[in-house]
Each structure stands twice: as C-alpha cells, then as structure tokens.
Design a protein around this ligand. Structure first.
Ligand SMILES: NC(=O)c1ccc[n+]([C@@H]2O[C@H](COP(=O)([O-])OP(=O)(O)OC[C@H]3O[C@@H](n4cnc5c(N)ncnc54)[C@H](O)[C@@H]3O)[C@@H](O)[C@H]2O)c1
Length: 308
C-alpha cells in the first residue's frame, strides 16, 4: 500500500511515517516546512520506500505532479496550522494552511482518482460545549479560526465523499503529546524553564482541563480505522484529563526543579479561542476495539521525560 502524508514533517506526521514504514507501506510526505522540519524524517531520507517533497499543499500544480509520480491508495491529511495562538492574530493563516490545503488536496484526489482519506480534525470543531462531546452533536460553533477551518474542511470532505465516492475517515484529535513536539503546553513550559528555571508564566488561571493523548496511542488508532463508503467521524482520546497547573507540576518534576514560582496570566481561557475544558464521549471508537494505553497524566509525563 502507498500513502501520502501531508504535513508529514510535523510532530504527528513523523511518528505516523515511522509506523507506516514499519507496517511495510510506501510513504510519501509533503510539507512546506513552515512548522515541521526535515530533520524529523532524517532516518527515512535514505530509505527507498520513502519520498519527501517540500511543497505547499495549496500549490495544486506541484501536488498534481506528486500524485502523477506515485500511485496513492490513501492520503493522511495532517497539514494545517497547529499554532492556534498565532493563527488567532491573523485569520488568513488558518484559512490558507488549515482550510485551503484541504480543498486543494481533495480536488487533486478527485482528478487522480484517489479514494481514501484520513483527516486529522480536532476537538476545536465543537466550540465551547460543556457536555461530553459526541460525534453526532449538532449546533457546532467553533470559537477559533482554526476550529472553523477544520469544520469547513470536514464539510468539504463530506461533499467530495458524496460527489466522488470517497471513503473518508475523520478523527477529531484532543491534545496530542509525545517526543518531538512542535507546540503546546508541555513544549512551551520546557522551553520557558530552560531559559529561567526559577519562574514559569502559565497562560490563564491554570485550571483549564483537557484530555492529552500519547502520540503513539493516537497513531495506533489512525492505523486501525476502516474506510466504508462516505464519511465517518470519530473522537479519539482518553477518558482522563489533566489541568494546565498539573502539566506545570509534571514538567517541573521531570526537570528536577522545585519551588518554581508560577505566574498565571489569569482568566479561564489561556488565549482567545482556547476552550478551557472539554471531555469526549469515546464509545464510538471504543466499539471498534481501540483504546488508548496511557492516561492523560501518563501521556504528559512521558512526553515531558522524552522531550528533555
Ligand atoms: N498536536 C495536537 O495536539 C493536535 C490536536 C488536534 C488536531 N491536530 C491536527 O493534527 C495535525 C498534525 O498536527 P501536529 O501537531 O503534528 O502539527 P505540526 O505543526 O507539527 O504539523 C503540521 C505540519 O503541516 C505543515 N504545513 C502547514 N501548512 C502547510 C501547507 N500549507 N503546506 C504544506 N505543509 C503545511 C507544517 O509545516 C507542519 O510540519 C494537524 O492537522 C493538526 O491540526 C493536532
């Protein structure tokens, strides 16, 4: 089986690449390297079953050449803006990197007759809802440009599936952590504490509480999905959650730091567009037989330990 991973040089993409190569798949990664890095794929660069293209996914001419050079059985669409705070300051970033990448990819798939896609979606499509989030929840009102661009991408995937016989699997990821992070609280806290081990600025009041999934648990879920006709949507996650303050405690503990002074910027949300608390209903994905092996706290601890 031959697959394309868009955003393959990013955090999740490089782990997915490793897992797919171990499973014997031919893997092509396409990434503009705006957030990811070629060094993440270093060990695959001399592998004859692996190809890397530095390109913007919105460049349909270049993308078409890549599709023409390889015969893809499936596409894993991970390319997006993952820096939500940065995207919050300039809406064009999510419009281009999170939404238009999807449109460009879908149309290239249509022109080249590629039928299977797994789309990396997000809890941000639900907006700020307090009940356990179910895939069939209605009235979705994202509160960030990022969430809006992902929900719009899901809509286009649904339409392309209906109009072109695509088999599409949408997975709504929660927060994902593990080695080789490119962003997020664990990444930020380690960077800040390396600069100044005496104090730590924490965005919000520290009480934001979300599920964190270990990246290899998520990759296992991604590899175990089915692709029936049309589009199917799954939450993937863990039943436990971790507060931001607890992440700070775990990171300090792993770095061997005591008595760090926490400085909270205040407010329930860490930044504009942040959903401070959510929890998934996971019954649909659990019914497939997949379950995360690590709890949220275990995932955060392992990510911190392996990032030092
Ligand atoms: N990490 C998380 O916590 C999380 C949570 C929910 C959803 N997701 C989704 O999972 C996917 C992977 O996330 P990640 O954490 O690995 O992020 P990442 O930033 O590490 O990886 C995304 C990759 O996409 C590339 N990219 C961005 N725009 C591009 C464009 N226009 N053309 C080509 N490449 C482009 C970046 O350079 C980067 O390498 C993303 O779609 C993200 O929205 C991630």
């Amino acid at each position: 089986m031959n697959v394309l991973i868009t955003g393959g040089a990013g955090f999740i993409g490089c782990h997915l690449t490793g897992a797919l190569r171990s499973a014997g798949c031919g893997v092509v990664c396409a990434d503009n390297l705006r957030l990811g890095g070629r060094e993440r794929l270093e060990k695959h660069l001399s592998d004859p079953g692996f190809f890397f293209y530095e390109t913007d996914i919105c460049d349909e001419r270049r993308l078409g050449e890549i599709f023409a050079a390889h015969s893809f059985d499936r596409v894993y669409h991970l390319a997006a803006n993952s820096d939500i705070q940065h995207g919050g300051k300039d809406p064009s970033i999510d419009f281009h990197d999170t939404f238009l990448t999807t449109v460009s990819l879908l149309d290239t798939m249509r022109r080249h007759g590629v039928k299977e896609i797994l789309f990396a979606s997000t809890s941000a499509v639900y907006g700020d809802k307090r009940e356990a989030l179910r895939e069939d929840a209605g009235d979705l009102r994202p509160i960030s440009y990022y969430g809006a661009a992902k929900l719009a991408s899901e809509s286009f995937i649904s339409a392309y599936a209906a109009m072109n016989g695509l088999r599409a699997c949408v997975i709504r990821f929660p927060n994902v952590v593990g080695p080789r992070l490119t962003h997020g609280a664990v990444y930020d806290f380690i960077a800040k504490l390396k600069k100044d081990p005496a104090k730590l600025e924490i965005l919000g009041d520290g009480k934001q509480e979300k599920p964190y999934i270990y990246v290899l648990d998520l990759v296992e879920a991604m590899l175990s999905m089915n692709y029936p006709e049309g589009m199917d949507i799954y939450n993937a996650g863990v039943e436990t959650a971790t507060t931001v303050r607890r992440i700070a405690d775990i990171v300090c503990g792993e770095m061997g730091l005591a008595n760090v002074e926490y400085r909270f910027t205040g407010g329930a949300a860490g930044w504009l567009g942040d959903v401070p608390k959510f929890q998934y209903d996971l019954s649909k994905i659990h019914a497939l037989g997949w379950r995360a092996k690590h709890t949220s706290d275990e995932a955060v601890r392992l990510a911190a330990r392996l990032s030092l």
